[in-house]
Structure formats: structure tokens, C-alpha cells
Design a protein around this ligand. Structure first.
Ligand SMILES: NC(=O)c1ccc[n+]([C@@H]2O[C@H](COP(=O)([O-])OP(=O)(O)OC[C@H]3O[C@@H](n4cnc5c(N)ncnc54)[C@H](OP(=O)(O)O)[C@@H]3O)[C@@H](O)[C@H]2O)c1
Length: 224
């Protein structure tokens, strides 16, 4: 069975992607907290926690060295703290660029030999904010624009790999709950994409026959 490593699999979209891929892949569940990953690992037929804080360079290098061949790498872990440029301290820019860009660059570089060996597929969970920067979203949008540039360069430099950027609109997860709270609005889950729906789009890209290279997938919530 092919192996898929999914970062940020403890909850939200990452957990949904793990559940969507479980029938076709052995899953490495990326996350910071092994106790948070274990219930999902117990529930899936062939899944193990892959515990590491993605911002710890040395720990990531060590964890990556245990992966010899990798068919699918889903960069899903991310953070979003919204606010105006005036009100957003530099420390938020630093942590946002760290988690949403530099940690992904580092993990990808460490796993390149394993991905090349398998002729693997790298999926990057981007955002609508990676296509349009709106007021109040500057740090997050900048990190996602940069992530898109990284994906485009990786696709050109590593022709043996498939590289897919996924651009979802707002998804019903903890991240969205905290964004809506900051916006001071009522949370209505039905306004947002379901994690399982976005996970289906990710799985569809991964399962596409090898003569197809899904480079970008854009998904918006359907207004009812
Ligand atoms: N929710 C949306 O509306 C939306 C829309 C478009 C795109 N996205 C993107 O979708 C992806 C998943 O978002 P989500 O909504 O599922 O977010 P979430 O509910 O906040 O979950 C974030 C995940 O990332 C992990 N993570 C964060 N920092 C980490 C670190 N330093 N090391 C390891 N893991 C870390 C978290 O692990 P812990 O459990 O350990 O904290 C958690 O599993 C993100 O890339 C986000 O930008 C989200």
C-alpha cells in the first residue's frame, strides 16, 4: 500500500484527509501531540502517529530521516491570525511565515529523497487568501501567496513529482471558529465547506491517474 504523510492530522481538515485516504494508503498522522493523534490512529486500519513540532528544525530532520520512501506528502498544518497591518505585531508575521511557509520548505527538502524514490505527490493546502489578499488578512495572505510560489517552483524543479496546490474557501474547523470570533460574528457552520468535502477534493487529486497532473484545485463554499 502507498504511504501518505499528512501534517496537522490531529483535527480539522488534516483529520478529514486521513479518514478519506485510509482505504487506499498507509497513513502517517503528523501532529505535535501524540495523545491527540492516538484515537485517530486506533480508529484507522493502517495509521501511526508521526509526532513532531514542525517549527523545530532538528526534530523535523530526525523524524524525516525515518521515512525512506513516500508516495504522498500533504502539507496541511497551518495557522491564521487575522488583523489589520497596523494592529498585527511583527511576532505574528514571524510565526505565520514560520508555520505556513518555512516549516513546509524545510520538511519538503528533508523528504525530497523519499519522494523522488516513490515518484511522489506533494499536496499543499493553500487558501482563497493565497489568490486574493483582503484587508485584515495580510500576514496569512502573504504566507499563502509565498506557499503558492514555492509549489510552482517545486513543480518545475522536480519533474518526477506531482505538486498540487489546493485553494479552499472557508472550512468549518477550529481555525474558522477563531477567525469568526475575531470578526465578532455569529458562527454558522453551514456557511462553510465541510472538512470531508475538501478532503474529497484532495483525495481526488491524489487518486488521479498518473498521466494527469492536477496543478491547482480551487474550491468555494456553495451558497444555498
Ligand atoms: N479553516 C479554514 O477556513 C481554511 C480555509 C482555507 C485553507 N485552510 C488551510 O487548511 C489547513 C488546515 O486548517 P484547519 O482549518 O484544519 O486548521 P486547525 O483546525 O486550526 O488545525 C490546524 C492543524 O495544524 C497543526 N499545527 C499548527 N501548528 C503546528 C506546528 N507548529 N507543528 C505541527 N502541527 C501544527 C495543528 O496541530 P495541533 O492540534 O497540535 O495544534 C492542527 O492539527 C491550514 O493550512 C489552513 O491554512 C483553512
Amino acid at each position: 500500500m502507498p504511504t501518505a504523510l499528512i501534517t496537522g492530522a490531529s483535527r480539522g481538515l488534516g483529520a478529514a484527509i486521513a479518514q478519506e485516504l485510509e482505504s487506499t494508503h498507509r497513513i502517517l498522522l503528523g501532529g505535535r501531540d501524540e495523545a491527540a493523534l492516538q484515537p485517530l490512529a486506533d480508529h484507522l486500519p493502517d495509521a501511526d502517529p508521526w509526532t513532531v513540532d514542525l517549527t523545530d528544525r532538528a526534530a523535523v530532520s530526525e523524524a524525516a530521516s525515518t521515512v525512506k520512501s513516500l508516495d504522498v506528502l500533504v502539507h496541511n498544518a497551518g495557522m491564521a491570525e487575522i488583523g489589520s497591518i497596523r494592529d498585527t505585531p511583527l511576532s505574528v508575521w514571524e510565526s505565520t511565515l514560520e508555520v505556513n511557509l518555512l516549516a513546509i520548505v524545510h520538511l519538503t527538502r528533508e523528504l525530497l529523497p523519499a519522494l523522488r524514490l516513490a515518484g511522489g505527490h506533494v499536496v499543499l493546502i493553500n487558501s482563497g487568501a493565497g489568490l486574493r489578499a483582503n484587508a485584515g488578512w495580510s500576514a496569512y495572505a502573504a504566507s499563502k501567496f509565498a506557499l503558492r510560489a514555492f509549489a510552482d517552483a517545486l513543480r518545475l524543479e522536480e519533474p518526477a513529482l506531482r505538486v498540487t496546490s489546493i485553494f479552499p474557501g472557508r472550512i468549518d474547523t477550529d481555525m474558522q471558529r477563531s477567525i469568526v470570533a475575531t470578526e465578532g460574528r455569529e458562527y454558522e457552520p453551514d456557511e462553510f465547506l465541510r472538512p470531508a468535502t475538501v478532503a474529497q477534493a484532495v483525495a481526488h487529486a491524489i487518486r488521479m491517474p498518473r498521466d494527469g497532473h492536477p496543478t491547482e484545485v480551487v474550491l468555494r463554499p456553495k451558497r444555498t
